[in-house]
Design a protein around this ligand. Structure first.
Ligand code: PMV
Length: 326
């Protein structure tokens, strides 16, 4: 048996614009997905993903890949798509195409809410499954293989940001294929979650259409790129106040691109009014999570009373990426 965990992430800056080659800065957070893997000799794959959804479910499937339990297809796909991909990558890396696995996933990262749950499952899954087969992959190789999984499940529309960040930990910079770790101070993140999820594919397509139709939208994408470069400088200087100001501007630019929502805006304003340095939506938008910077408990408490917010929590920057748990 092998067990690995990998962190979720927030976007400090740059989501959506990263799709058009602008830089982005995602940061790993102290909320992890843990994947336990045991090889089995009958070639079947059994996935227990109870913690990935509020309801919990178990899926068992083999030969033809069809699940033999009756659960909503979207949940099966969400859990099994990334696990299937991780298993395929491990089989490929170990040159063992016929090996089966029992896989159990526990995750403290809300699904589809902009916190990188699928990337964390893919990274931890590949690490655990390859180690179970006696192979140790480098962190870079894990990030690469996890990116392939995301790209395949998301029909080609993934950037390297989530998977690289989850594998490496800390704050990272992603611009096209160029991915690297950044020096960063400890960042006091507060996260607000509206209980929902945006459809990443639809939101990315919406921004693409807007950008093709209006010059202002193309200019907005470029402005986000400029802002990210300013943000990198502030990160390097440990200037938390400036990081907060830039997060506020980044949220405004994302709103202009049409990817915010009433509950995301309400949470952003609640955190700002409670004294956060800044706040913005994180990830694709449409619903899900916001991230604020605040050393005090004030914005977390304020979010607790904000209509539309179902959960608020602190999550420091996690300097550790994928890690062995067995
Ligand atoms: O919601 P998430 O965590 O999947 O982030 C999506 C970020 C986008 O920039 C909108 C898309 C991408 O693949 O970079």
């Amino acid at each position: 048996m092998a067990v690995s965990s990998a962190p979720g992430k927030v976007y400090l800056f740059g989501e959506h614009a990263v799709v058009y080659g602008e830089p982005a800065v995602p940061c790993a957070i102290e909320r992890r997905a843990t994947v336990e893997v045991s090889a089995r000799s009958d070639g079947r794959l059994r996935v227990d993903a109870g913690d990935l959804t509020l309801d919990g479910f178990t899926v068992e499937y083999g030969g033809d890949g069809a699940p033999d339990v009756d659960v909503p297809q979207s949940l099966v796909q969400a859990a099994t798509g990334y696990v299937d991909g991780a298993v395929a990558q491990a089989r490929d890396a170990a040159d063992s195409p016929d090996v089966g696995f029992d896989v159990a996933i526990e995750s403290a990262i809300p699904l589809g809410a902009g916190l990188g749950s699928s990337a964390a499952v893919a990274v931890a899954g590949i690490d655990a499954a390859t180690r179970e087969l006696g192979i140790e992959l480098s962190t870079e190789e894990l990030a690469k293989r996890a990116y392939r999984v995301e790209r395949e499940v998301q029909s080609g529309e993934a950037s390297r940001a989530d998977t690289f960040c989850s594998a490496m930990g800390g704050a990272v910079r992603v611009e096209g294929d160029d991915c690297r770790r950044l020096d960063a101070p400890n960042l006091p993140f507060v996260i607000g979650y509206d209980g929902g999820a945006g459809d990443t594919g639809e939101l990315v397509a919406g921004v693409r259409a807007l950008r093709e139709e209006y010059d202002f939208a193309a200019d907005t994408v470029e402005a986000i790129g400029d802002l990210v470069r300013r943000g990198e400088r502030a990160l390097d200087e440990g200037d938390i106040a400036e990081l907060g100001r830039l997060m506020d501007v980044n949220h405004g630019l994302l709103s202009a691109l049409g990817v915010s929502s009433r509950s995301l805006d309400a949470m952003v304003w609640a955190a700002r009014e409670a004294g956060a340095h800044g706040a913005k939506l994180t990830g694709a938008g449409g619903g899900g999570c916001i991230v604020a910077l605040d050393e005090s408990e004030a914005s977390r408490t304020a979010l607790g009373y904000t209509p539309g917010c179902v959960e608020s929590f602190r999550a420091e920057l996690d300097f550790e990426g994928v890690r062995r748990e067995d």
